[in-house]
Design a protein around this ligand. Structure first.
Ligand SMILES: Cc1cc2nc3c(=O)[nH]c(=O)nc-3n(C[C@H](O)[C@H](O)[C@H](O)COP(=O)(O)OP(=O)(O)OC[C@H]3O[C@@H](n4cnc5c(N)ncnc54)[C@H](O)[C@@H]3O)c2cc1C
Length: 271
């Protein structure tokens, strides 16, 4: 099938063999305004080549239909020349093996609507914000931080990021830098397979949900014990992490945030 692609790959950063940061620039149109935490769609035709390793397409892939998936935006809401995504390769998937075959200058379709409720808009200004992610789930938080939430008045901000290996902890340098320069920001990375590290890993090796139970690190970073009155929690990534964190938080009195019933737990699950 033919497609009139409306965007071009303007940068690719290989975080690890299965994780890449893509910058996509619009061709002849302006990126619409969006709020950090929202997502946009990317699409390619089924005829576009796939990277190796990948598995044969599932029968749900139709030869006359674009393959379209949504991705959380990692760039600042102020960036207008490009939009950034942090994407992991699913070898059995339809779109990601095709995205991983793209080179700088290749074209694709970028959805013109950026949507989603996983934003800081409903968080009271003086509340703390705890941003918890696994893998590429850190992307929406990078957009929030790049859009300068630390420049506004408010509570303290914590990022807890879990991955299998240290080399999967995308944006680690940026988050470490913020931790160093901002007294209001703390970054806690954790990896689950320390035995595979080429140099010994001196940091955390627990599941993020177990780090939350170890109340001391969070209390120290926030400067107070987190309660539903003073803290909002964001969860993004692996559905098992989201479920386990949800159980922890419910015990502490936190409730899920809904449009018509405000709460303190905000969830973006990619299951
Ligand atoms: C709001 C939101 C934001 C997201 N943000 C990100 C992000 O920032 N980064 C990121 O990496 N991902 C993100 N995702 C996930 C992303 O949208 C895709 O789901 C992911 O990239 C996989 O796409 P794919 O086309 O490669 O795999 P898919 O083709 O969707 O396949 C996924 C799995 O399902 C199986 N499968 C597919 N079709 C069938 C079928 N018909 N029957 C049975 N099994 C099937 C495949 O074999 C594979 O194992 C986000 C998802 C949501 C909902």
């Amino acid at each position: 099938m033919e497609s009139k692609y409306n965007a071009v790959v303007s940068s690719i950063v290989e975080v690890s063999p299965t994780m890449r940061i893509f910058r996509i620039s619009p061709l002849g149109w302006e990126l619409p305004d969006f709020v950090s935490g929202q997502f946009a769609s990317l699409a390619l035709t089924p005829q576009s080549p796939k990277a190796e390793p990948s598995e044969p397409d599932h029968e749900s892939v139709k030869q006359d239909k674009l393959i379209k998936r949504v991705y959380s935006i990692a760039s600042s809401s102020k960036a207008k020349d490009f939009i950034e995504f942090y994407i992991s390769l699913v070898t059995s998937g339809a779109l990601t093996p095709r995205l991983f075959a793209l080179k700088i200058g290749d074209k694709l379709e970028l959805g013109k609507r950026m949507v989603g409720m996983f934003t800081l808009e409903q968080v009271p200004k003086d509340n703390n914000v705890v941003l918890i992610a696994t893998g590429t789930g850190v992307a929406p938080y990078i957009s929030m931080l790049r859009s300068n939430i630390l420049g506004k008045e408010g509570g303290n901000i914590v990022v807890i990021h879990g991955a299998a290996h240290s080399w999967d902890l995308g944006y680690r340098s940026e988050l470490m830098l913020l931790d160093n320069i901002s007294p209001r920001f703390s970054y806690f990375p954790t990896i689950l397979e320390p035995e595979k590290e080429p140099v010994p890993w001196g940091g955390d090796t627990r599941f993020v949900q177990d780090m939350w139970i170890d109340d001391q690190i969070i209390t120290k970073a926030l400067g107070e014990k987190s309660t539903p009155e003073n803290t909002h929690i964001f969860l993004c990534g692996n559905p098992r992490m989201v479920e386990a964190m949800f159980e922890n938080l419910e015990k502490d009195g936190f409730v899920i945030h809904k449009k018509k019933a405000p709460g303190q737990i905000h969830v973006e699950s990619w299951g």
